[in-house]
Design a protein around this ligand. Sequence first.
Ligand SMILES: Nc1ncnc2c1ncn2[C@@H]1O[C@H](COP(=O)(O)OP(=O)(O)OP(=O)(O)O)[C@@H](O)[C@H]1O
Ligand SMILES: [Mg+2]
Length: 267
Amino acid sequence: MSLTATEAPPGRGLVPGSYALGMLMREMRNRTLDTSNFKPLPEDLGEPTLDEGYTEIRQQAWLNSLRLADHADYARWTLEQLDEVEQHRDRLRNWVTAAALSKRKNVRPKSLNGIAFGNVGSGKSTAIIAAGGYAAANGLLPRYLKHTHYLQWLRPNGAPKGYTEQQIRRVFAECDLLVLDELCGEMDNANDWVRKESGDLIDARVASGRPTLCATNLNDERIGEIMGSRFLSRLGGGASLFEMVGEDRRRPVQWGRKPEEQEPTWG
Ligand SMILES: Nc1ncnc2c1ncn2[C@@H]1O[C@H](COP(=O)(O)OP(=O)(O)OP(=O)(O)O)[C@@H](O)[C@H]1O
Ligand SMILES: [Mg+2]
């Protein structure tokens, strides 16, 4: 059965067992997990079932998405390691918890999307990836994605090995939580195709009540200029904001400047 992003089943938490099982098997195959020895739990075969008991699969899917984006080294970060104030540790935890609870209750989260913004190197990726790891451990199937990768993967022959273009669209439109990093990164402007593909992704997620947590160096005005007001409205409607505060944590060294231009606080 083919299922497009806009045809998500009604009532994601309460789906017929056989449907849930089919989705699970397909998910495992998509992630190149070996399904030959998979034995469904009794609740997979029975009446309406909740997506519980699959923490391992969720974590594998999450890690695979980080690997696909060459960001596996960030997987070690947990919410506890984030700065309480500068990286909004507790607010991020609450936001993910609310999303997990909404999924369990099959209701739409009050604040559907989250936007982490701040300077280069302020710790945005670290924070949203820690939040994704927390989501995987708490009942959500999260996936990590860089905006430019998504567009690259949808180009002819651009999908990573083992994926079709349609699978890429579906996988990121239908995961429980999309952790979308570097939104509009390295984009001065966007052509119609970029706007359409990015807009369709967010549209599908908003329409089906699936949250997206994104990170960007850009402010809302700039995102609106690049992607258009439709995209901005969908993404930003009722979103929670997480401003990452502070200088570049990578503390880049300086060179070739006159002594009076050196910044006294660094190095
Ligand atoms: N709470 C923290 N404690 C210590 N180091 C941290 C913390 N958060 C992030 N870092 C480190 O700071 C550096 C920059 O973090 P990160 O890559 O998350 O920043 P960013 O805002 O995503 O940067 P960019 O704008 O370039 O994408 C990384 O080396 C990361 O390991
Ligand atoms: Mg980053």
